[in-house]
Design a binder for this molecule. Structure first.
Ligand code: XMP
Length: 527
């Protein structure tokens, strides 16, 4: 097992997930966790063979920068510092860290030095498959003096230390992020640390995960009812499957709200999938009219998000009360790790707030959290881990493959005011886009694809008649986790054919465009 000390970087959980991908259990804990005897004797520390110090948005020399317990440096475990983690190790051990004149961001060339590594570092350095490679960096500080005993082993094209090792201890540091797919050979480096340096065994699988959930739920939930709020997407459906598999299905209540902002046939698909999984208490709430009434006249994206989120909560509370469950019930959510970090509620609560995701934090959730009655069985997992889990639990392939869908649904894909008419137009266009992607075997190559209805109309011709139709934007991106995204390089032929199909079949759409912005600087959704 490897423990990751989280200092607040957006990619911390990705480190944990990469280690698990290698088949070794890994857990993320706050970077400043005091290493008391009690903590060291706890389950979290059982079997730990190495520590990874994560990145951070802070600087080591400011008071905002989290500081690890000094025992990290005396416990004798191998250490790997990544970005801030390396700067932390350097600063805490007598080296110097200073601000760069200009932030380094994106792909940067790194070259390893020619020197022979000390014998204890051989297994680590063997993880570098190339002498020169491109690594993903995001840092505003750099090492300007190594701490005593440290050797520089690789240099960035901008002339700063990029790979650092200790001459005698099993301490290693990388200025770049090996956990990010854009770092060439990053996984090999993490594997070298995990297996070569820490000597972990490969024994972590999804079956283990299900058994752990079963054990921890049995101990926590006992015979109390569990209510899961299902959104229709992969995450909550897999969470539902997991609860149905690990608990008595008679104790599992699933609630799904049809907000009218769902994709075409979504409610039907979800219902069928959950019934197949053995759901016995499935509560489907139809509240389209309430949502449309609330959204009337609203144009500002954050105002729309807030309106949708607030109404979601109001209806949720009303409907949950209507179920008449005993106070002792547990509330389950299909929250993933990424949902938490994007809302500024990551493990160490340090990741900076990007967007107000309405599915994190509501009075019902807060009250249940306070009462210690929240279950989030997927909160350490990333999207593709959830898909793997879904397949193991035989969730419908249609649902498992499904691209992510934001909580506020079509509400953030209809720019400007949302109306029933626009929802119907977008639903039709989106369904054509998605079914064509499936027919053309492109759907699974794309991480997320959808259509966006723009708040503008443009002139066109239909036969001899001038037509004033809506403009639709198609978006298709590739990504590992939604944190960064590249535009899917669409074959022109497919794009043109899909555009023609849409304008032929959806009369109200006069023009189709393709969004060619990556994230950053754009976000995946338009609002
Ligand atoms: P952005 O647009 O922030 O999206 O680049 C990243 C991923 O998150 C999804 N998303 C949401 N998911 N509630 C959700 O559950 C939300 O409010 C929300 N907003 C964005 C988005 O679809 C993409 O997959």
């Amino acid at each position: 097992k490897i423990l990751v000390l989280d200092f607040g970087s957006q990619t911390t959980a990705l480190i944990g997930r990469r280690i698990r991908e290698l088949g070794v259990y890994s857990e993320v804990i706050p970077g400043d966790t005091p290493l008391t005897d009690e903590f060291l004797a706890s389950d979290t520390c059982k079997g730990v063979k190495g520590l990874i110090l994560s990145g951070s948005p802070e600087s080591v020399y400011t008071k905002e920068g989290s500081v690890p317990d000094p025992k990290v440096y005396s416990c004798g475990l191998p250490l790997l510092g990544i970005c801030y983690g390396l700067q932390r190790m350097t600063y805490d051990n007598g080296g110097k860290v200073e601000a760069l004149p200009k932030r380094e961001y994106g792909g940067v060339g790194v070259t390893l030095d020619d020197a022979d590594p000390p014998p204890h570092a051989l297994s680590f350095i063997n993880g570098f498959k190339k002498k020169s490679f491109t690594a993903w960096m995001s840092h505003g500080d750099t090492l300007t003096r190594l701490a005593p005993g440290f050797l520089q082993f690789g240099t960035s094209e901008t002339g700063f230390p990029a790979v650092v090792i200790h001459e005698s201890k099993s301490w290693f540091g990388l200025q770049f992020h090996p956990e990010v797919t854009h770092s060439e050979g990053g996984l090999d480096i993490l594997a070298a640390y995990t297996f070569g340096v820490c000597r972990c065994e490969k024994n972590w699988t999804m079956e283990h995960y299900v058994e752990e959930v079963r054990r921890s739920l049995a101990a926590r939930v006992e015979k109390n009812p569990v209510l899961l709020l299902i959104s229709g997407g992969v995450d909550s459906t897999v969470a539902g499957a997991l609860l149905l598999k690990t608990l008595d299905p008679d104790h599992v209540h699933l609630m799904y709200m049809d907000t009218g902002l769902m994709r075409k046939d979504e409610t039907k698909t979800v219902k069928v999938a959950l019934e197949k999984l053995g759901a016995r208490h499935l509560h489907i709430i139809h509240c389209e009219d309430e949502f449309l009434a609330k959204l009337k006249g609203l144009e500002d994206p954050e105002a729309k998000r807030k309106a949708i989120g607030d109404l979601f909560i109001t209806i949720q509370e009303r409907e949950v009360a209507r179920l008449g469950l005993p106070d002792s019930y547990f509330l389950a959510q299909g929250t993933l790790y990424t949902d938490l970090i994007e809302s500024g509620k990551g493990v160490g609560k340090k990741a900076h707030l990007i967007k107000s995701h309405h599915n994190v934090g509501s009075p019902l959730v807060d009250a249940k959290r306070k009462a210690g009655r929240i279950i989030e069985p997927l909160d350490k997992l990333y999207k593709d881990e959830v898909r793997a889990l879904g397949r193991l639990l035989v969730v419908d392939e249609e649902v498992v493959r499904r691209h992510p869908f934001p909580g506020p649904g079509l509400g953030v894909r209809i720019l400007g005011e949302v109306t029933k008419e626009k929802c119907d137009i977008l639903r039709e266009a989106d369904a054509i886009f998605i079914s064509e992607l499936k027919k053309r075997n492109l759907y699974d190559e794309i991480w997320q694809a959808f259509a966006v209805l723009l708040p503008i109309r443009s002139v066109g011709v239909a036969g001899d008649v001038r037509k004033y139709g809506w403009v639709l934007a198609l978006r298709a991106i590739t990504s590992a986790d939604g944190m960064t995204a590249d535009v899917y390089p669409f074959p022109t032929k497919d794009l043109l054919e899909i555009s023609t199909l849409i304008t032929n079949e959806v009369q109200d759409i006069g023009r189709v465009t393709y969004d060619i912005s990556s994230k950053p600087p754009a976000t995946i959704e338009w609002e």
